[in-house]
Design a protein around this ligand. Structure first.
Ligand code: T4K
Length: 372
């Protein structure tokens, strides 16, 4: 058995020689950025693949989140989840918006709609839920609340590339959805991200905002940022798209094997799907319950001692970081479910190159400690 370290993820990289023709094109036309041909082609190809109307590419998901909030002119307070990567709430602070944390559902680990209404104040302007691990939020209920209170909805869909519910792409819900194409994601462009939006006018505004606010050579209409994706990242995205089906298929196989072989392990609960019709298997979170022989942190350490680097996504909660923990909504008694889940969760390695032998090694370490 190989003893090379096994990380929580490893980016998929297509054969290097397949990338060369793309580079040759860039070298020939000398357009490196600012909405060049690769950028345009990738936007079109992603709209087709994802089944969405409009997409605006970004240099990363965080800039896309920051810009989505700007594009919708969000101010005041925004309701969001503490159980996410810190970029979700940071995008609010970067816009001078106050995050209001609401607890999560114990099964989906997504924002609990039942608890949203109590957190709405006259300052609330939007809801920023996360499709955590690519599992859909309760989009219907969230939209009902948003409509009742005249709130915008921006989905942080960083984990939800390609996920579909019964009506098609999960990204069609809300006013906007934001994707991440970071190296650790199902579909990566090294770094990258995107905003999905429903109409051409909104896309135009987003495109202006990600390019300093320029409308033409001499007209600037907004204090925009430089959020553009470069041609090299876009070209890589075009190539990745050729391989996405095999990437997701191999993730699916790993997901099924974990579920099958961890089924009987006492004290280990696999997080279930949340109604997706097409899943992307972006993460494999397990919950280490009280009747497991080790604590979550002991299991994390045990795996580490065996060269397996699982990750505690999302511990600590965002609301526990110093810039948030003084806020009223960040207090533990407001976030009891999120707090429990952050103490139990462990994301196991899942990526196309994870071999069966490696996966069996991981499962054996977990099973051996179960005390079954
Ligand atoms: N919203 C949500 C819900 C998100 O999860 C994220 C990002 C965002 C917004 C923001 O999107 P971006 O601005 O990032 O596009 C990672 C990623 O850096 C971050 O993108 C991701 N979420 C988050 C969940 O995970 P870290 O600090 O755990 O990454 P790191 O460097 O420890 O990588 C994890 C493992 O992956 C490493 O142990 C080895 C492997 N790896 C990583 C990289 C970067 C590689 O094999 N190659 C690589 O190039 O945050």
């Amino acid at each position: 058995m190989s003893d090379r370290p096994i990380f929580v993820t490893q980016p998929y990289l297509p054969p290097l020689e397949e990338f060369v023709p793309y580079l040759e094109k860039i070298w020939a036309n000398k357009t490196l950025t600012n909405g060049g041909p690769m950028h345009q082609q990738l936007e079109k190809a992603l709209c087709e693949y994802l089944g969405v109307e409009h997409i605006a590419l970004f240099a990363n998901g965080t800039l896309a989140l920051v810009t989505a909030l700007q594009a919708l002119r969000i101010t005041g307070e925004v309701i969001t989840t503490p159980y996410s990567f810190v970029a979700t709430a940071h995008s609010l602070l970067w816009n001078g918006i106050k995050p209001v944390f609401v607890d999560i559902d114990p099964n989906t680990l997504n924002l609990d709609p039942v608890k949203i209404e109590a957190a709405i104040t006259p300052q609330t302007t939007a809801i920023l839920p996360v499709h955590c691990y690519g599992h859909p939020c309760n989009v219907r209920e969230i939209q009902r609340i948003a409509d009742n209170y005249n709130l915008k909805v921006i989905y942080d869909a960083a984990h939800a590339f390609g996920v579909q519910d019964e009506g098609g792409s999960l990204l069609r819900h809300g006013d906007m959805s934001v994707l991440s194409f970071h190296a650790t994601k199902v579909f990566n462009t090294f770094e990258g991200g995107a905003i999905v939006c429903p109409d051409a006018k909104t896309k135009q505004r987003i495109d202006q905002l990600k390019n300093f606010g320029f409308v033409d050579e001499i007209t600037v209409v907004a204090p925009g940022i430089n959020g553009k994706m470069s041609e090299i990242n876009a070209a890589f995205g075009l190539l990745q798209l050729q391989h996405i089906e095999e990437v997701i298929a191999s993730r699916r196989k790993i997901d099924l094997t974990y579920r099958e072989l961890l089924k009987g392990v006492k004290g280990i609960r696999c997080v279930e799907d949340a109604g997706e019709v097409v899943a992307n298997y972006s993460y494999f979170p397990i919950l280490v319950e009280a009747d497991y022989r080790l604590s979550r942190d002991e299991l994390y350490q045990k795996l580490k001692d065996n060269n397996v680097f699982a990750r505690r996504y999302f511990y600590p909660l965002i609301s526990d970081f110093p810039m948030y923990r003084g806020m009223q909504s960040a207090q533990k008694d407001n976030l009891t479910v999120a707090d429990q889940m952050a103490e139990k969760v462990l994301c196991l390695p899942i990526y196309p190159a994870l071999s069966q032998v490696e996966q069996e090694k991981i499962i054996k370490i977990i099973s051996d400690e179960s005390g079954n």
